[in-house]
Design a protein around this ligand. Sequence first.
Ligand code: PEP
Length: 254
Amino acid sequence: MKKLIVGNWKMFTTTAEAELLVERVDAKVLPTHGSEVVFCPPATALENVKAKLNTLKHKQSYSLGIQNIYDQDEGPFTGEISAAQVKDLVNYAIVGHSERRRIFAERDTEIAKKVAACLRHNITPILCVGETLAEREAGHSKRVVVDQLTVDLGYMTAQELENIVIAYEPVWAIGTGNFAKPDDVREMIGVIRGHIEELYGEIHGAHVRVLYGGSVEPENARSYTRIAGCDGLLVGGASINYIKFSEIINLSHR
Ligand code: PEP
């Protein structure tokens, strides 16, 4: 299966910078890179980036994602964007990112509704789960991730599992340079697959796409993508550096 390499640009780049960034990544990506690449620019740049992607050499390997979505389709929700509104623009949506959980107090019950909203509109949610440092130090990593998954997937059927991506993103590794040890990532991906198996059956545990995210750089990317069961990467900081991101893409299929 192709690796999935997702770039979360967070609240960086103007629209002009966003267009330039995808152009520069494309110029450095090898024709043989072999991955599916999802760019998640700020919502303000989605339309322009989509148009730009269509002009690029490797356009067949690129998709577009939004960084967050509201759980309702329409209504008096000032400042929010619904899946219904972007369904023709994006294929993916990041849901439950730890920055949203921490800074915007998003709870798992809301995240479950966001996952459902994505699926209603044929958008693939990239569901982020992961423990904080305190939870890890207390020995609760597995329980935290299992509890998040149980609630976050509450409205999902087994058939819908092929339209979801789960990203294991330990909170302490995000934006810190303190990336997780590949052995720990292997173990946690096993926990995620094991829990999906318990909820939905063996086949689904094996087939659901699971990524790692947390301080991924060209120097460590390969140590994760070669883990059996790791289907790709969610990259934050390094994804707005075209040299680093294109290197990560080029390394990931090897
Ligand atoms: C992220 O934003 O999901 C992320 C993993 O960030 P970083 O790569 O900067 O740690």
